[in-house]
Design a protein around this ligand. Structure first.
Ligand code: FAD
Length: 636
């Protein structure tokens, strides 16, 4: 086998979005030598696209807010399926993480009296999202990037080398986590431009690779979201939980076709945007589920009053959690009351002056003008659901972000599961990235330090295997006969996931999806790409397909198994939420079986740990009855 260069670091962070950068900063601040590796250019991660804001109960706009209210909202949004300890840590620590960002140079929009401004978002009881217009993710990444550079400058002063303690390997892809026995020992990577392989040896690896949206046809996600971290974790022996829960954001662009799926931020509704059908009806009033009835307005007048006087009015139903709004839009379109291009109308033009719209929603104004020739200061937008976020992810310890069962592996951000339960509230991702990114970096550093002299080392045979696997798309005996094109397979995968495991699910369709996925996996073994390893997008996609096929199978298997509707998982054949299912996490693992000719995803049920008593006491008994079983309620 050809020589593969090896680099030695203490901690390697895969991903340079919000979670990855926060983890890397922490590990470096703990004094550990930290490598960051990312597929795109440094600063270009998906986090940059985040628009609306970051949720933290700072109470700047309504002082009724505090971590307990944020915790309650998060649990309600996730329909009580959240790993409650994660939701607790997140709610408690988010404000500190936002203030810390400010000390590192982030410039948030301000309130009249100069504090960080906070805006309304679906499912949040109080205005809670700190924001920078509708470009919050950009500011978050800019700030974290700047912090990395300042740490590098400190290191340069001390050692003469900017990259002595923190180095970014940009435009590089990791295809395998390497192990030494049970323990993680590093990552196998290639440079996207040259195709050159290299290995980063490290006792601790943090996965911060984001989501899986590119497995679906209509998505708000960027090209990087091919479920790599989810698949790398599975292949390394870790488990994924909650994979049936995929969030379809209610408002993506629907027209023109080339931009279908691009996000229309929830801030549009948070700032007063209303949804109407083709008959001009503000239809969300018809879709308030029983569990939320007490909190939401019943008339337009009451809803409109809330914007000026939230203490004496209930919230507009446009601000229900995303899963509810997405289902409502889907139902309106299906009933023939959709807009001309298969969505519904979202209007801010009647609620705010053109100047305010341009100031508060500059990206939306620009996006619609440039891409759809629509002036949102004067006319409504057409919007419809788009695959946006995966609640499911790596099964981690809530406090340390350590992946269960694989010593040395950690996960944070969208790739980690549990925090958001069955449905994430808007704004809770950016805060999740910072809270658990920091925790992952901290515990990865502690773990790496504790390894001391007993550092694991990847063996040559594993590296050879990883290299052979990565080169397979250039042709094998099987692919010589009937070569498959990665782009064709990708399109078929996206169409299948969209049509058969999408926003509304049925048993027969999901079974069919699993059959199609099995055939696609078989065909993926025959992929043949042309050209060389030098920047070759077809080859990159062929490698990404392994990951998308694995995570798609997890989504379809778990969705078929969960016979209820909850949060981001809606079953036409089981439309009700079932309290027995709230106690269950579905856990996916990858089993090596030579018998059946390859790897198989297996699924098992795991019981949720009971909610701690003091946290349960934050809810009224009447509310808990909707979620908890009688047995749980009596054992309190
Ligand atoms: P990312 O930021 O995506 O970073 C992933 C990193 O991993 C990238 O650097 C990528 O290159 C790297 N990577 C992936 N695979 C590999 C590999 N194999 N090898 C090497 N590197 C790899 N959330 C909010 O809370 N508020 C919002 O207002 C908001 N707005 C949003 C708007 C849009 C349009 C979208 C799409 C999402 C929005 N979200 C929002 C969600 C939020 O942006 C994401 O959940 C979050 O940014 C994910 O961050 P991350 O650090 O986990 O991953």
């Amino acid at each position: 086998m050809a020589h593969v260069e090896r680099h030695q670091w203490d901690v390697v962070v895969i991903g340079a979005g919000g979670a990855g950068l926060r983890a890397a900063i922490e590990a470096r601040e703990q004094g550990l030598r930290t490598a960051v590796i990312c597929k795109s250019l440094f600063g270009k991660a998906h986090t940059v696209m985040a628009e609306g804001g970051i949720a933290a109960s700072m109470g700047n706009v309504n002082e009724g807010d505090n971590w307990k209210v944020h915790f309650r909202d998060t649990m309600r949004g996730g329909k009580f399926l959240n790993q409650w300890r994660m939701a607790e840590l997140h709610a408690r620590e988010a404000p500190e993480r936002v203030w810390e960002l400010e000390t590192w140079g982030a410039l948030f929009d301000r309130t009249g009296d100069g504090r960080i401004s906070q805006r309304n978002f679906g499912g949040h009881e109080y205005p809670r999202l700190a924001h920078v217009g509708d470009r919050t993710g950009l500011e978050l990444i800019r700030t974290l990037q700047q912090k990395v550079v300042s740490l590098q400058q400190e290191d340069h002063k001390e050692t003469g080398d900017y990259e002595a303690r923190i180095k970014v390997f940009q435009e590089c892809t990791v295809t395998r986590i390497l192990k030494d026995g049970d323990r993680v020992s590093g990552a196998f990577c290639y440079e996207r431009e040259s195709g050159r392989f290299f290995v980063i040896e490290a006792p601790a690896v943090v996965l911060a690779t984001g989501g899986i949206g590119k497995s679906f046809k209509v998505t708000s996600n960027s090209w990087e979201y091919t479920g790599d971290g989810h698949a790398l974790a599975l292949l390394a022996g870790a488990s994924l939980i909650n994979m049936e829960f995929v969030q379809f954001h209610p408002t993506g662009m629907v027209w023109p076709p080339s931009v279908k799926g691009i996000l229309v931020t929830e801030s549009v509704r948070g700032d007063g945007g209303v949804l109407r059908n083709s008959e001009g009806k503000r239809f969300m009033f018809d879709y308030v589920p029983d569990v939320f009835k007490e909190k939401y307005a019943e008339t337009e007048q009451e809803a409109d009053g809330w914007y000026e006087d939230p203490d004496n009015h209930r919230r507009p139903p446009e601000l229900l959690p995303r899963d509810e709004v997405a289902r409502a839009i889907n139902a309106e379109v299906k009933a023939g009351r959709g807009s001309p291009h298969g969505g519904v109308f979202l209007d801010v033009s009647t609620r705010m002056s053109p100047e305010t719209i341009r100031r508060r929603l500059p990206s939306m104004h620009h996006q619609f003008r440039e891409l759809a020739d629509v002036d949102i200061t004067a006319e409504p937008m057409e919007v419809g659901p788009t695959c946006h976020y995966v609640m499911g992810g790596v099964d981690v310890d809530s406090d340390t972000a350590a992946a269960r069962g694989v010593p040395g592996l950690f996960a944070a951000g969208e790739v980690a599961g549990g925090m958001h339960g069955s449905n994430r509230l808007g704004g809770n991702s950016l805060s999740d990235l910072l809270v658990f990114g920091r925790r992952a970096g901290l515990h990865a550093a502690e773990y790496a330090r504790a390894c001391g002299e007993r550092r694991p080392r990847p063996g040559d045979d594993q590296i050879d295997e990883a290299a052979t696997e990565a080169l397979r798309p250039f042709g094998t005996e099987e692919s010589a006969d009937a070569p498959e094109n990665p782009y064709t397979l990708h399109q078929e995968l996206q169409q299948s996931m969209n049509d058969l495991v999408g926003i509304i699910r049925r048993e027969e369709e999901m079974s069919e999806a699993l059959e199609r996925l099995a055939r696609l996996r078989e065909r993926a073994g025959h992929i043949a790409v042309e050209g060389h390893r030098q920047f070759n997008p077809g080859w990159h996609l062929a490698l990404d397909l392994r990951n998308m096929l694995l995570v798609s199978e997890c989504v379809a298997r778990a969705a078929l198994n969960r016979t209820e509707s909850r949060g981001g998982h809606t079953r036409d054949d089981y439309p009700e939420m079932d309290r027995q299912w709230r106690r269950v996490n579905l856990v996916c693992t990858l089993n090596r079986t030579t018998e059946h000719g390859g790897d198989r995803i297996s699924l098992r049920r795991r019981e949720m740990p009971p909610l701690r008593k003091d946290l349960l006491e934050l809810f009224e008994k009447e509310e808990l009855i909707k979620y908890l079983t009688d047995e749980e309620l009596t054992s309190e």
